[in-house]
Design a protein. Structure first.
Ligand SMILES: Nc1nc2c(ncn2[C@@H]2O[C@H](COP(=O)(O)OP(=O)(O)OP(=O)(O)O)[C@@H](O)[C@H]2O)c(=O)[nH]1
Ligand SMILES: [Mg+2]
Length: 463
């Protein structure tokens, strides 16, 4: 991507709408745009943060659209460059005509994420904030959006920066000592008390716990942003479709007392505690010869294997021994696949229902009794020991950030081990330096084309 030319892109979805926004940026944007504008002088002279009304046109006889143009002067714009946002009518052919006009005026189509890349390069935001912009756009639930807003406001940056600056202070002292080993202080192979005075253990320990907190927030960050796949599984008539409907609060999947009612699996989205879930009702598991039901069971098996958590339902009124053996076999398989699973004992409202065995949660689809506990258990299974984040919590959602924090942690732990093993100062210094570098990569202070490409190429065009 070049940085010294002018770019343009539609920033809103391409479709019919009252308004659409086309974003432009780059040095000379207003000058270039004014050549296709009904009031060139006004546009060229407009101060930053103002809005100018007029027509986009090739000339008076070839008008393209009636628009307003928001004017931004460098560095007070999203990208930090001179830029303009064109508010036009949201018609697909109209937008296409405007883009064609812009190309003849010397703009080129922006690459995905190019506006944000320029913002980063011009020092308008660090990489964690740029990633947050993308995460906000992508958020599927209100909670995910709130958490991404926290990141946009710079909280990841601040936390990383806090840890990093303490390590940099330590490294500064260490470097002096490595450069001038003969100064009054004892040499490097002296007692470990001296190394510890240069590198305070509790500061390193504190950095470790700060970073560990961030890493552990990743699982719940992921859940909020990407959601999870939940499969309802079990034998025919166990109550899967009834439970599916209970989740959706609507009569969506066919429920009947005929075994094998559900054949094709059914998927529906549902948001629970701010986590977007993809819920699957599957075909009841049983031995069959009938070819269509068999295929339904096979496909359901794939859904089950690819889910993040399985809710396995067992009909509590079924006293048939072979049915229990069948369930045990299925649960064993799920266990072998290492999939989180919540076991549910259904139809507890019926008098013939046996008490729930150990490890099963009792549930009645009729009264809804036990449903809260089941949902809670499902969340626990998804979070695997992490707690759910509150709105104000700092939660990371970028795999890139998580991996770099892991690298930084690795360096710090290595440094701590070396200190305990009375290793020479330069060895410990290398580990600290590695951590500092990884932390710098998170915010983009240390960056390469490769890293930037990875971060910004996933963005949408116009961001
Ligand atoms: N009393 C009572 N009846 C239930 C309960 N759950 C399900 N049922 C009934 O059990 C029967 C089977 O329920 P479904 O939800 O269709 O069962 P399924 O697991 O989807 O069955 P298949 O689609 O055949 O695999 C229906 O008649 C439901 O009304 C429950 O908790 N209490
Ligand atoms: Mg069903």
């Amino acid at each position: 991507m070049m940085q010294d030319d002018r770019i343009a892109a539609l920033a809103t979805p391409l479709g019919e709408s009252a308004l659409a926004v086309i974003r432009t940026s780059g040095e000379g944007t207003l000058q270039a745009l004014s050549r296709g504008f009904s009031r060139p002088g006004t546009l060229q002279e407009a101060p930053g943060n103002t809005i100018i009304y007029g027509w986009l046109q090739y000339d008076e006889s070839r008008r393209v659209d009636e628009v307003t143009v928001a004017v931004f002067r460098a560095p007070r714009s999203y990208t930090g460059e001179e830029s303009a946002e064109i508010y036009c009518h949201g018609s697909i052919p109209g937008i296409q005509k405007i883009m064609e006009l812009l190309f003849t005026l010397g703009f080129r189509q922006a690459e995905p994420g190019e506006f944000s890349l320029r913002a980063f390069i011009n020092g308008k935001m660090d990489l964690t904030r740029a990633e947050a912009v993308h995460e906000i756009v992508r958020s599927q639930s209100r909670k995910a959006q709130s958490l991404a807003l926290n990141r946009l406001s710079g909280r990841v940056f601040e936390e990383i920066d806090r840890v990093k600056s303490r390590l940099v202070d330590i490294m500064a002292a260490v470097s002096v000592q490595l450069d001038y080993p003969d100064d009054e202080l004892p040499g490097e192979d002296d007692d470990s008390g001296y190394v510890r005075s240069l590198i305070p253990m509790d500061t390193v320990q504190d950095a470790v716990s700060g970073l560990e907190r961030l890493v552990s927030s990743y699982r719940s960050g992921r859940l909020y942003q990407q959601g999870a796949r939940v499969a309802l599984a079990g034998q025919t008539n166990a109550g899967k479709s009834s439970m599916f409907n209970l989740f959706l609060k609507e009569d969506r999947s066919i429920v009947s007392n005929i075994h094998g009612t559900t054949r094709d699996y059914i998927q529906a989205p549902v948001v629970l505690d701010g986590i977007p879930l993809s819920l699957y009702d599957t075909a009841g598991l049983r031995e069959v010869d009938e070819i269509i039901e068999k295929e339904g069971i096979r496909r359901s098996g794939q859904v089950i294997e690819n889910s993040s958590v399985i809710l396995y339902l067992v009909d509590g009124t079924n006293s048939d021994k072979s049915a229990h053996a069948f369930d045990e076999k299925q649960l064993e398989r799920i266990g072998e696949l290492n999939l989180p699973c919540v076991k549910i004992w259904t139809k507890t409202d019926l008098p013939q229902c046996a008490p729930a065995p150990k490890g099963f949660l009792p549930l009645s689809m009729i009264s809804g009794e036990g449903f809260d506990r089941v949902q809670q258990a499902m969340m626990e299974a998804l979070l695997q020991g992490e707690r759910l984040a509150g709105d104000g919590d700092l939660v990371i959602d970028s795999l890139r950030q998580k991996q770099l924090i892991d690298d930084a942690l690795d360096g710090l732990q290595q440094a701590l081990t070396s200190m305990e093993g009375d290793q020479p100062l330069d060895i410990i210094a290398m580990d600290l330096q590695r951590s500092i570098r990884s932390l710098g990569e998170i915010t983009g202070e240390v960056s390469s084309e490769d890293i930037l490409d990875r971060v910004f190429s996933g963005f949408c065009v116009g961001k």
